[in-house]
Design a protein around this ligand. Structure first.
Ligand code: FE2
Length: 336
């Protein structure tokens, strides 16, 4: 009898231990970084600056040199392999740290850059390295969605002094208004990764980001009768997305009950005066808000934000006939 009783207790303890392990694995990991550092950005404690050490960059470059970016495009599992390689080099502390940042609403954004140079000349080979690095980062936190504009899991595009496209994405001389990505697609867009690949003759053009909880008029718009009303969203031709989608601006709340938002001025299609006025005033309020951060990015560096609690945009550039900037973006959903 005592043996059976003992087994029951052992079973009970085992089950409790399993429950505790499960709880621990969903709690944000507090880990000591190995092969990189983390600190608050000088402009805001929300934004975390993650800097990979020279040795980490060197080892990563060596281990992924066997695959050109084309191999990553053709074989989706290689994208996870390069993420795994980088995580192993940091003894799994990088993935844990990035996921901890992204699931913490108070932060939910990081700027990732690297020390030193990966023994590659500036040019297409260096760009290949940078694409592999951002692929590793995006696959540590989730999975990029297919980018219909570019036809890959990422998009590369160039901003020049003149542009004749049909949206503000590539237009240099105006500020790109604060917005969320993924407003006009069906799939979730939990994160946006923006990486600078190259630039020449650039002045200005900082990435602009604003956390919803820093937006002074959030309550006014979140508690507005229109906040939960469906709006139609469509996209211009260049985006290669034919279908329109319907959702409210404040489409859901997070685990703490705080708002998640999906808004972009250019692609909302208001169907009546009330919707038009609500969207107009929201755009005006976001553009007038003083609490945004203007973040300069060195080539190779990337800014990653949780797309539903940060809005992003881009400041205008100073005109120059030979102005050039090449950017990469990945937009995806969390898988952790
Ligand atoms: Fe965007």
């Amino acid at each position: 009898m005592s043996i059976i009783y003992g087994k029951a207790i052992a079973n009970y303890l085992f089950q409790e231990e399993e429950k505790m392990t499960a709880q621990l694995s969903v709690a944000p990991a507090m880990v000591n970084p190995i092969g990189f550092s983390i600190e608050n950005h000088e402009l805001s404690a929300r934004l975390q600056v993650v800097t990979l050490s020279e040795e980490t960059v060197h080892r990563f470059n060596e281990q992924v040199a066997q695959w050109p970016v084309q191999a990553l495009e053709y074989k989706p599992f290689l994208r996870y392999q390069v993420a795994h390689i980088l995580d192993e080099i940091t003894e799994k502390t990088l993935g844990a740290s990035l996921n901890s940042i992204m699931t913490n609403r108070a932060q939910a954004a990081f700027l990732l850059k690297y020390d030193g140079q990966p023994d590659i000349e500036v040019g297409e080979l260096r760009t290949e390295f940078d694409v592999k690095l951002s692929t590793a980062i995006s696959h540590m936190i989730g999975m990029p969605n297919h980018d219909s504009m570019y036809g890959q899991y990422y998009a590369r595009f160039t901003v020049r002094n003149v542009d004749n496209s049909d949206s503000y994405l590539r237009q240099a001389h105006r500020r790109m208004e604060l917005h969320n990505d993924g407003t006009y697609v069906d799939e979730r867009t939990d994160f946006v990764l923006m990486q600078k690949l190259a630039e020449e003759n650039m002045q200005g053009g900082e990435s602009l980001i604003l956390h919803l909880d820093d937006w002074e008029e959030l309550d006014k718009f979140y508690n507005h009768p229109m906040a939960k009303q469906d709006i139609v969203w469509g996209a211009p031709k260049s985006k290669n997305v034919d279908k329109k989608v319907v959702h409210p601006v404040f489409f859901e709340e997070d685990k703490q009950g705080l708002p998640h938002m999906l808004f972009i001025d250019q692609f909302a299609e208001p169907q009546n005066m009330a919707q038009g006025r609500y969207l107009f005033e929201m755009g005006e309020s976001l553009e007038a808000d003083p609490n945004y951060l203007a973040i300069p990015l060195p080539p190779g560096a990337m800014l990653v934000v949780q797309n539903h609690c940060w809005v992003h945009g881009r400041d205008k550039f100073v005109s120059h006939p030979d102005l050039m900037r090449e950017l990469l973006r990945q937009r995806g959903h969390f898988t952790q």
